[in-house]
Design a protein around this ligand. Structure first.
Ligand code: F6P
Length: 546
């Protein structure tokens, strides 16, 4: 198996990196009036500007060439056609099928996936409409007022992030609450103000074996039965989304109340399936469909646009360029749109669970860093927290700035102030300010030479820090669908470039298994002699004190 590093295209990009390291973006802008036009792309209702990266046309050509050598187009085709590209779990990867509402058949293992998706969407539509209209009655004949979604990881982050992002598009018919943590504080807080007669629980778990989710679901049943007393009432207040019908039925949820998903939907790509039911319940089914349509528009773009004009492909190539070739170790996600305040958490799972791996498809340890650490915060809050580091630390952190032309809630000129900061920050990260400029500025303000000598070096900003800007017309269901799908395809492309299986998550399993064992040791108060002395002592300390 040829390692990526042995590809001529990889070596050509390395040579580019050597050449570009001595350049400053400021000079690249100064010498090319067309730079923005060359390095930006438009999608419907969205602009993507990547001109503030340390690239020129030959860098981009080398990166596109590498993508072709990695057979990106071929892999993309395999994904869209349902080939089993999740090689360690032997599964197709078909979240794109969840937002394709066309009638063309897509056969996987002799089954028409499109028909399955359509049937489930119809079931979601009818259920959503019944609950939202008030026709779905609880055990005392009252309509539902509150939905509690129980799930974790991919069965929580996507729906919760999207519900928050589109909060102002809800009509207030239903309140939706999310419980993901096994820390009892969360479920206790959520349940405390609720009335069991008017609550609907959606238990979302692809496997229906995730212990945190099952613990929360059991607590919800106990809380509910404390009031309802009759187990038959569960059918009116609990629905499940899962691939594991057997486990759901065993748990006590009515077969009628099970929404299906399939093993070809990865957890972290599942908000488009019935895992998105809480979003649909909150927004209404029509707006959920707009979300799907936005994602589908980007699917078509990703599938059909040449690599040179393909936004998610360029996002992935730049991530590879900045991190693997230029050495950045992390990547900041900086949304300047308050409703997107959970986006970074969502992308942490999406990117890091997908590509935080150390071996290639053939199982060989790769000799390069893979996905960077993803972190970040809502723009303005971040500015008053860690932007000092973004501007002046000696670690370069490439950043994605995400904002909107129109604010969802336009309050008295706030948005222009927000956006002035949005534009200023990426400009400052790119241009920086030299010591000569600082000295001249301080001198013009009449400061003493001693003061200037003392302060000037501290005010230097080297600049040359890469950023992308994603500017939406407005955050709404369709653009939200587009935004998420852009990152999903970026992640796919990154996986191919890095030669990584992006669709498994073995790294989560080790800790899960150990936690189960330690839980039994806590319950029996018998600490296994097989632990290291630190773990054994910590568990004993806990057991003795509790
Ligand atoms: O956190 C690990 C993980 O396996 C994720 O990949 C998944 O989204 C999450 O657990 C929840 O899994 P499930 O939907 O099966 O409960």
């Amino acid at each position: 198996m040829v390692l990526r590093t042995q590809l001529p295209g990889w070596q050509a990009v390395e040579a580019q990196a050597e050449a570009m390291k001595s350049m400053h973006m400021k000079d690249l802008f100064a010498s090319d009036a067309e730079r923005f036009n060359k390095f930006s792309l438009s999608l419907p209702s969205m602009l993507f500007d990547y001109s503030k990266n340390l690239v020129d046309e030959s860098t981009m050509a080398a990166l596109f060439n590498l993508a072709r050598e990695c057979e990106l187009e071929n892999w993309r085709e395999k994904m869209f056609s349902g080939e089993r590209i999740n090689i360690t779990e032997d599964r197709s990867v078909l979240h794109v099928a969840l937002r394709n509402r066309s009638d063309d058949a897509l056969m996987v293992d002799g089954v028409n996936v499109r028909a399955q998706v359509k049937a489930e969407l119809n079931k979601m539509r009818s259920f959503t409409n019944t609950v939202r209209s008030g026709d779905w009655k609880g055990y005392t004949g009252k309509s539902i007022t509150d939905v509690v979604s129980i799930g974790v990881g991919g069965s929580n982050l996507g729906p919760q992030m999207t519900t928050e992002a589109l909060k102002s598009y809800g009509d207030g018919t239903l309140k939706v609450h999310y419980v993901s943590n096994v820390d009892g504080n969360q479920i206790a807080d959520v349940l405390a103000p609720l009335n069991p007669e008017t609550v609907l629980f959606v238990v979302s778990s692809k496997t229906f074996t995730t212990s945190e989710t099952m613990t929360n679901a059991n607590t919800a049943v106990t809380w509910f039965l404390d009031a309802a007393t009759d187990k038959a009432a569960i059918a009116k207040h609990f629905v499940a989304v899962s691939t594991n019908t057997e486990k759901v039925t065993e748990f006590g949820i009515d077969a009628e109340n099970i929404f299906d998903m399939w093993d070809w939907v990865g957890g972290r790509f599942s908000l488009w399936s019935a895992i998105g039911l809480p979003i649909a319940l909150y927004l209404g089914f029509e707006q959920f469909v707009e979300l799907l349509d936005g994602a589908h528009l980007v699917d078509n773009h990703f599938e059909q646009a040449p690599l040179e004009e393909n936004v998610p492909v360029i996002m992935a190539l730049l991530s590879l360029w900045n991190c693997t070739f230029l050495g950045a170790q992390s990547q900041a996600i900086l949304p300047y749109d308050q409703p997107l305040h959970r986006l970074t958490a969502y992308l942490q799972q999406a990117e890091m669970e997908s590509n935080g791996k150390h071996v290639n498809m053939a199982g060989e340890v790769v000799p390069y860093p893979t996905v960077p650490t993803i972190w970040g915060e809502i723009g303005i809050n971040g500015q008053h927290a860690f932007y000092q580091y973004l501007h002046q630390s000696n670690n370069i952190v490439p950043a994605d700035f995400i904002g909107s032309v129109e604010s969802v809630a336009n309050v008295n000129g706030h948005h222009d102030i927000l956006m002035a900061n949005f534009f200023a920050q990426s400009e400052a990260m790119m241009t920086g300010v030299t010591e000569d400029e600082i000295r001249a500025d301080l001198a013009s303000k009449g400061h003493s030479q001693a003061y200037i000598d003392n302060v000037a070096p501290h005010k230097v900003h080297e600049g040359n820090r890469p950023t992308n800007t994603i500017l939406m017309d407005k955050l709404e269901p369709k653009t939200m669908g587009m935004l998420i799908a852009l990152y999903e395809h970026k992640i796919f492309t990154q996986g191919i470039l890095l030669d990584i299986c992006s669709f498994d998550q073995w790294g989560v399993e080790l800790g899960k298994g150990l936690a189960n064992r330690i839980h039994s040791e806590i319950a029996s108060n018998q600490v296994s002699p097989h632990h290291d002395s630190s773990t054994a002592s910590l568990v004993r300390y806990y057991n003795d004190k509790k």
